[in-house]
Design a protein around this ligand. Structure first.
Ligand code: NAD
Ligand code: GLY
Length: 364
């Protein structure tokens, strides 16, 4: 088992990574609990595979539990989902000192984290991520949210988990398309500030996606330790450090908005195309060598991820896409900070480029 830490003084917490950990989770959770009881929240896909194993492990440590199984999918991260979950937690008699377990992907993690930030003015939660995206990104860092009709993740809070338990073996049951979407976020860490890790992805990405457990473990541990370092340096994204994690997200957000946040384009797929666009926009503005953008595009294409507007299924004009970006929640003082790059592993935040320039680039 590998043990990492998110270093946030009194809110610091461990990240444990190990194959089969889900069957051993009771031992990790028991020392945190004030009373030997917990509540598990999951979705029905994940429940089918892992709820019994998790419950058995808790029972072996004499921890009683109740469980709440939600509908899978982004629609669950909603006012309605939040109301159902918070009312269930209160009905179960949740106490402020309790720890609620979020077992699932980013949807469950974001929803449970937000519910735990507000129920009884805040209780603890434990992330047990079961998608690659959640294992390398969303389970760490304390961003929690629900979606509302005006946009994704617009209602939320920073609320750090007390523990993150990552069992890479859970990826054995994850559909290949979801695995690919999570892999885009792995590649992102290389592109932000770690050219050697991007080169590792070029050499090992295909094996990881084919199920190679050594490659999977290395990618998760490397990504999550990068995320832990970035979150520790800039927990609330106020210093242009955590903002680098949004590489590809502003362009990707426009593509997701254009496809109605539907299964036509998963979040990680939009990020993949968005990262290529961010590199190509940087090339167009004389910031980045064209060869670097080509490497990014070629690698993402080689693992069947969207790497252009057309491969993402988008044929909308630049002005319409840029208009979606204007509604991004990261807009500050009317300007959208973009994450651009001087080359692989050399990303930076800038407000130097207006949406008119972005629109013209997308039409070019
Ligand atoms: P998800 O939670 O919807 O999971 C994807 C699908 O895989 C679902 O159908 C789920 O039931 C299924 N699934 C999960 N684990 C499985 C497993 N091991 N085996 C079989 N099926 C499994 O999607 P996601 O990609 O994990 O998360 C997307 C969400 O994460 C979005 O709402 C996004 O906004 C959010 N997000 C949050 C952060 C953050 O920092 N908080 C970062 C990135 C993304
Ligand atoms: N996923 C972006 C962040 O956690 O900041």
């Amino acid at each position: 088992m590998q043990h990492l830490t998110v270093d946030l003084s009194e809110r610091s917490y461990p990240i444990l990574i190990g194959d089969g950990l889900i069957r051993d989770i009771g031992v990790q959770v028991a020392p945190l609990l004030r009373r030997p009881h917990t509540m598990i929240v999951t979705d029905s896909h994940v429940a089918d595979h892992y709820l019994v194993a998790l419950g058995t492990s808790l029972a072996m440590e004499s921890i009683s539990f109740s469980s709440f199984v939600l509908e899978p999918g982004e629609g669950t991260k909603s006012w309605a989902g939040l109301a159902r979950l918070t009312e269930w937690l209160i009905g179960e008699g949740v106490e402020r000192g309790d720890h609620v377990i979020a077992l699932g992907g980013g949807v469950i993690g974001d929803l449970v984290g937000f519910a735990c930030s507000i129920v009884k003015r805040g209780c603890n939660f434990i992330q047990v991520p079961t998608t690659l995206l959640a294992q390398v990104d969303s389970s760490v860092g304390g961003k929690t949210a629900i979606n509302v009709p005006a946009g994704k993740n617009l209602i939320g809070a920073f609320h750090q988990p007390a523990l993150v338990v990552i069992d890479p073996q859970t990826l054995d049951t994850l559909p290949r398309r979801e695995l690919g979407a999570g892999y885009a976020e792995v590649v992102k860490y290389g592109l932000i500030d770690d050219a050697d890790f991007f080169a590792w992805c070029e050499a090992n990405g295909a094996a990881l996606l084919a199920g190679d457990s050594e490659a999977r473990h290395k990618a998760i541990a490397h990504s999550v330790s990068a995320k832990a370092r970035i979150v520790a340096a800039d927990e609330r994204e106020t210093q242009d450090i955590r903002a680098l994690l949004n590489l590809g997200h502003s362009f990707g957000h426009a593509l997701e908005a254009e496809t109605g946040y539907s299964d036509r384009l998963l979040h990680g797929e939009a990020v993949a195309a968005g990262m290529v666009l961010a590199h190509e926009f940087s090339v167009a503005n004389g910031l980045c060598p064209a060869a670097d953008a080509a490497r990014v595009r070629d690698h993402l294409a080689s693992v069947d991820l969207p790497h252009s507007l057309s491969s993402a299924g988008i044929n909308t004009g630049g002005a319409e896409l840029a208009a979606h970006m204007a509604h991004d929640k990261k807009v500050r003082g009317g300007k959208l900070p973009l994450i651009l790059t001087h080359g692989i592993g050399r990303s930076f935040v800038t407000e130097d480029y207006g949406l008119d320039a972005v629109a013209a680039f997308l039409d070019s």
